[in-house]
Design a protein around this ligand. Structure first.
Ligand code: IMP
Ligand code: MG
Length: 176
């Protein structure tokens, strides 16, 4: 595997992530038994995690994606998030599971949850690969969490720094 001098130690291996994804997929299967779910991945960071989790959900599964961006550092506190790509699917009456790479301040998810609630889904839950509780500024909690991480800038397995490192098959941190 290629070594990058800007990448720190491996914090979570690919195998650990895959095992956790299987556990969560099985948990979702149990929680929604007899029903279907629609997984909504937040582009682009959620892609590898969502691909892992969905393989372990033994229900009727639909998938869709949404892309958003924060209005920038100064307006971050306002919680205003811009939708860059909306859903293609109708979610009314469906069990929605938002799939995200990391919950940091929670501002993005807090906004998105409200945005999607307006479309009257049957339920909404959140499934995040990582949770960084020390960063939290909005009152939001993921229902399914892969791993809790310390307050470092995380990269790999979908998470980027300036759009790089998303392809790393493990979770690491930026080594400046
Ligand atoms: P929020 O602060 O919870 O709204 O997080 C918004 C987005 O910031 C997340 O979906 C990630 O894409 C990104 N983000 C937050 N923390 C990190 C990190 O440690 N590494 C890479 N991206 C991050
Ligand atoms: Mg993201």
């Amino acid at each position: 595997m290629k070594k990058y001098d800007t990448v720190g130690e491996v914090m979570i291996t690919e195998e650990e992530i895959r095992e956790r994804a299987a556990e969560i997929g099985e948990q979702i299967t149990g929680d929604y038994r007899g029903e279907g779910v629609i997984l909504i991945g937040i582009l682009r960071g959620a892609v590898p995690w969502m691909a892992d989790v969905m393989k372990h959900i033994a229900l009727d599964v639909e998938i869709d994606f949404i892309a958003c961006s924060s209005y920038g550092a100064t307006t971050k506190t306002s919680g205003v998030v811009k939708i860059n790509k909306d859903l293609d699917s109708d979610i009314e009456g469906k069990n929605v599971i938002i799939v995200e790479d990391i919950v940091d301040s929670g501002i993005t998810l807090n906004y998105l949850k409200g945005y999607l609630e307006n479309r009257k889904p049957k339920s909404i839950r959140i499934c995040a690969l990582l949770d960084k509780p020390e960063g939290r500024r909005a009152d939001i909690k993921a229902d399914y969490v892969g791993f809790t991480v310390e307050d470092k800038f995380i990269i790999g397995y979908g998470l980027d720094f300036n759009q790089k490192y998303r392809q790393l098959p493990y979770i690491s941190f930026l080594n400046e």
